[in-house]
Design a protein around this ligand. Structure first.
Ligand code: BTN
Length: 245
């Protein structure tokens, strides 16, 4: 896939901007990259804290047909980014995946992924957005994120940041392209499973206002979370789970 990279110092949200370009007919492979976002979007309607110190980018996909689960785009992105992070920033522990597509290093979230679908009735497109904390903002993460959010480096100079942003983005794109072009082949899900730290753990999720406590059995080839609840096996196809101790 050919990639045209458009770089901004600051944008509202790379996903929002790419949606606009998509409406204007931008081709598949177009990437918007920003040093910071003022209205970073997260999953489940949340905002995504996007200060200087991170890599924020969105990739435009125009799959000819969706003969695979859309979740696979985000699990493929999780594998491609986890492998790129480990290749460029060797750490004490490999990057781990929390279903569906949060990436963790040393127990802290370092990357979030948000895929948003668009259609104009005839063609459909997917905006795949990734945010990676390369280093913490100078004033540190805000209080409410301090326990959860982490970064790949304790500090980076502006020059180092600029170089790492580009090399991580390019490393991701070349890995992701290979996985995307092979779809519906899901052989890469084995690489996802190896990084999944929820397997065998107790988690909970909320459905219709009720919290369910379940054991994670694994992830299937469509990216669904296989769970067991009171002796009964089930599958979650979307949403969020919380780790229970
Ligand atoms: C999450 O963890 O909830 C997903 C966060 C996804 C953030 C990225 S940053 C680049 C792209 N633009 C956005 O506004 N959001 C995504």
């Amino acid at each position: 896939m050919h990639h045209e990279l458009i770089h901004y110092t600051e944008v509202s949200s790379t996903n929002l901007l790419l949606k606009e370009l998509c409406r204007q007919g931008a081709p598949e492979g177009c990437v918007i990259l920003a040093d910071r976002q003022t209205e970073g979007r997260g999953r489940l309607g949340r905002s995504f804290f996007s200060p200087e110190g991170g890599l924020y980018f969105s990739l435009l996909l125009r799959p000819a047909s969706l003969d695979f689960s859309a979740t696979l785009l985000t699990t493929a992105a999780a594998v491609a980014m986890a492998e790129s992070i480990d290749a460029l920033f060797p750490g004490e522990t490999p990057t781990a995946v929390k279903w569906v597509n949060d990436l963790y290093r040393s127990g802290k979230k370092v990357c979030g992924i948000l895929a948003e679908g668009m259609t104009d009735g005839q063609t459909s497109a997917i905006i795949l957005g990734l945010g990676v904390n390369l280093c913490p903002p100078p004033e540190g993460f805000p209080e409410e994120l301090r326990d959860k959010a982490g970064a790949l480096y304790p500090a980076l100079s502006p020059d180092e940041l600029a170089t790492l942003r580009l090399s991580l983005c390019q490393a991701f794109l070349s890995r992701f392209d290979r996985l995307f072009e092979a779809l519906p082949d899901t052989a890469f899900m084995e690489r996802y499973r190896k990084r999944m730290f929820l397997t065998g753990r107790q988690v909970s999720y909320v459905k219709a206002g009720l919290r369910h406590f379940v054991t994670v059995l694994g992830v299937d080839d469509d990216g669904g979370l296989l769970i067991e609840e009171k002796g009964q096996k089930n599958k979650l196809t979307a949403g969020e789970v919380s780790l229970e101790l």
